[in-house]
Design a protein around this ligand. Sequence first.
Ligand code: MN
Length: 209
Amino acid sequence: MAHELAPLAYANNALEPHIDSLTMEIHHGRHHKAYVDNLNKAIAGNIALEAKTLEQIIKDLSVVPDAIRGPIRNNGGGHWNHTFFWNILAPGAAGAPSGKLADDIQTTFGSFDEFKAKLEAAGLGRFGSGWAWLIVNNGKLEIVSTPNQDNPLMGKAVAGCEGIPILGVDVWEHAYYLKYQNKRADYLKAFWNVVNWAVVARNYAAANP
Ligand code: MN
């Protein structure tokens, strides 16, 4: 079955002023759409890949034929990463985690503010395009970053890190350039105003049963 671009759960302008409407329109409607379209093109005719879910595909790229592994890594990762990103954002969400996630962030990183500073540093330190993530690896919270559209689910040999993402932030210039130009640090600070901590907590519970 072909992979599909799901509509956003909120309007393009819902994350204003932190993420602007035109960026959302282009980011979801063109960039994300292109990942979906190109993923479908890359797997077309491969019966084994056509039968798999997106997550199954990106978790085991080693079984993907050499000729299409690059496009599937990039576009499959792009599709998964963006779907995940839209889901952890919410209008007017400014806040902080609570419960076990809040406790474990404090234990792992020292405080919520230190956690935020470390995730921002991971995003700022990613040269070029990529993502910064909060993941669960062997039951522990970790902050990592990946290049391009790689994802910790792809495993260490592919992505340089491994684990289950529970929060992620896109640091490709297309995610922020219209509003923030070269000021990636300002975009990363603004990102905290639109994080849906209820969804992140759900991701955490699912990753850490
Ligand atoms: Mn993006």
